[in-house]
Design a protein around this ligand. Structure first.
Ligand SMILES: [Fe+2]
Length: 577
């Protein structure tokens, strides 16, 4: 965590009439406010950004009328479900200027404890939420559920429901694409009507204004599976691109054009709605653009949350800009790709991360961030087929190249130069990922290597499950990447138009062709459970059978477990039987 200065803390404490109230204990006996309007806790309760002594609480308090008048709301925190041992209470006004959302930063809590909380307004009481502070000192286990890419019209949020069944979660880590900005006919909306998950008429255009973004959060948070998970477990979140617009970078986005107005204004509106609707603690009071921060789980894990989108990212490279009559202008592309000035995190965040890693004393350092860091270098001819996928030729091509690769790995002396060239002429698959920011990835990996940290990178964004070993350009093994599938957004199977019977073949071929890739699942929606202990980290990918029907099962047929051990020389992924 960026350290609060005393001045900042006092400033925040004085802001009980602002966006966030700070609760330091009991404020005497608070009765529910008189309010003659009908009040509803329409979107449940949530907690987030746990610290060893604190946690953020969230709710929304909606009055039926007279919206200019605030709703006086009280909060209560107790160590028992019956609220007989009340340890915090206080009062804050829910106001239209914050979309009637309220946030309370509860402090002076004990580490590693479960707490119960609820809100009251008028004659209504919210449901009771449970939350947990971070553990302190000698910690033997930390269990996180990692998820990303929840797309309301694309499918049911069974993944949230399944995660809510997990026992002993310390936190949910949501790596972004918590909402999608598209209109009612946009990306992944084909099944929305059949699923009963169309966008409401007053919010079915692409999100541009603060009102648009607020309404989209309200829609997503009407989902009871999401509400239940929020009420059970504290969330630690970062945004990805779709909280603003597809492929967001510092000064623009693929899904933003001049006709949609000023990008900076749109971005600030989107980020304001994010801070209103998610239980995230501002790193600095009033700053809604900075979200990089660290969560420390005793002596076991430091979880460093990053922003690879908004605060620093240079614009993505685009192969279209390097195409010549007979292919790609490789020298020009390579020069730009490896430009040492090219940044993803921005100088300030990069410096912060390097300092934070240098000061870390925990067994494990985890990066909670959006995009794939593992190298996904694919044969160039395959990449061309990816741009306009043709299912009739894709799998045969996969298999042909995989067969060549298998022969190469076996040291087959009969491989021709032309065949070897087909394997060694490789290009990064996704220029929106760390693969498009070569030099900065090397800085991060080299920092972890030189500091001898045990690095575990968490990623989302792709809608598929992946696991990779992370190596420097010199081939030094630094750590591992564990990437979660999506909650409901469609994955590679849809993008590549892969029929079900070809999925496993494509997975085997890709796994062989991409050197650092240790595991992938190309077609299932799910989440990732990461268990940290002093001896090892285990990663369990769990999948749901469908997001297209109200009924589902956890599909254990293709669940997968990998582990990694700490210490130089050990930091590679190993299957667990
Ligand atoms: Fe996504």
């Amino acid at each position: 965590m960026k350290q609060y200065s005393r001045r900042q803390f006092l400033k925040a404490s004085a802001l009980t009439m602002g966006a966030v109230a700070v609760s330091t204990g009991l404020s005497g006996c608070l009765s529910s406010s008189d309010d003659d309007r009908s009040i509803s806790f329409s979107h449940g309760v949530a907690s987030g950004d746990p610290l060893q002594d604190g946690v953020m609480l969230w709710t929304r308090v909606l009055p039926s009328e007279d919206l200019d008048r605030p709703v006086t709301t009280t909060w209560e925190v107790a160590t028992d479900e019956g609220f007989s041992n009340l340890i915090h209470n206080g009062s804050i006004d829910a106001r239209q200027e914050h979309d009637f959302t309220i946030k309370v930063d509860v402090r002076n809590l004990a580490p590693g404890q479960t707490y119960y909380y609820r809100f009251r307004a008028g004659d209504k009481t919210s449901l009771t939420g449970t939350t947990r502070t971070l553990p302190e000192g000698d910690v033997s286990n930390v269990k996180l559920a990692v998820m990303s890419c929840s797309n309301y019209p694309a499918g049911y949020f069974h993944v949230y429901a399944a995660a809510a069944q997990e026992q002993d979660l310390d936190a949910v880590v949501h790596l972004g694409d918590y909402i999608y900005e598209y209109d009612g006919n946009g990306y992944a909306t084909d099944d929305a009507a059949a699923l009963g998950r169309t966008l409401p008429a007053d919010n079915d255009t692409e999100l541009l204004s603060l009102t648009d973004y607020r309404k989209r959060y309200a829609l997503y948070r009407s989902d009871t599976d999401l509400q239940v998970l929020h009420a059970l477990v504290p969330f630690i979140t970062v945004w990805d691109d779709h909280e603003v617009a597809n492929d967001t970078w510092r000064d623009g986005a693929e899904n933003h054009n001049d006709g949609e107005g000023d990008f900076q204004q749109r971005k600030l509106a989107a980020l304001q709605a994010y801070f209103e609707w998610l239980p995230i603690r501002p790193v600095t009071d009033g700053d809604q653009e900075t979200i990089y921060r660290t969560f420390q789980f005793g002596d076991l894990v430091s979880l460093h949350m990053l922003d690879t989108r908004v605060i620093g990212r240079d614009q993505q490279l685009d192969y279209a800009n390097y195409l010549t009559g007979d292919g790609i202008n490789a020298p020009a592309f390579q020069a730009d790709l490896t430009d040492p000035n090219r940044t993803l995190l921005g100088a300030e965040q990069k410096g912060w991360l390097q300092n934070t890693l240098a000061q870390s004393t925990t067994t494990w350092d985890a990066l909670g961030q959006q995009i794939l860091m593992g190298r996904m270098m694919l044969p160039a001819e395959l990449l061309l087929n990816f741009i306009n996928p043709d299912p009739a030729t894709l799998l045969p091509q996969f298999q042909e190249l995989a067969t060549l690769k298998a022969r190469q790995l076996q040291g087959d002396p009969t491989l021709t130069e032309a065949e070897i060239a087909r394997l060694t002429t490789v290009l990064p698959y996704n220029l929106d990922a760390w693969d498009g920011y070569f030099a900065e990835r090397e800085v991060v990996l080299e920092t972890a290597r030189s500091l001898d940290r045990n690095l575990v990178v968490l990623a989302g964004d792709t809608h598929n499950a992946w696991a990779s070993n992370l190596k420097t350009m010199n081939g030094d093994t630094v750590g591992v990447e564990l990437a979660t599938s999506s909650v409901s957004s469609p994955g590679m199977e849809e993008y590549l138009q892969l029929p079900m019977e070809q999925v496993m073949g494509a997975e085997q071929a890709l796994g062989l062709l991409v050197d650092d890739l240790q595991y992938l699942n190309l077609n299932q929606r799910g989440y990732l459970v990461v268990n940290f202990s002093p001896e090892q980290v285990t990663a369990d990918w769990r999948f749901v059978s469908t997001v297209k029907s109200p009924d589902y099962q956890v599909d254990s047929n293709r669940s997968q477990r990998l582990k990694v051990l700490p210490g130089a020389g050990n930091r590679t992924l190993v299957p667990v039987a």
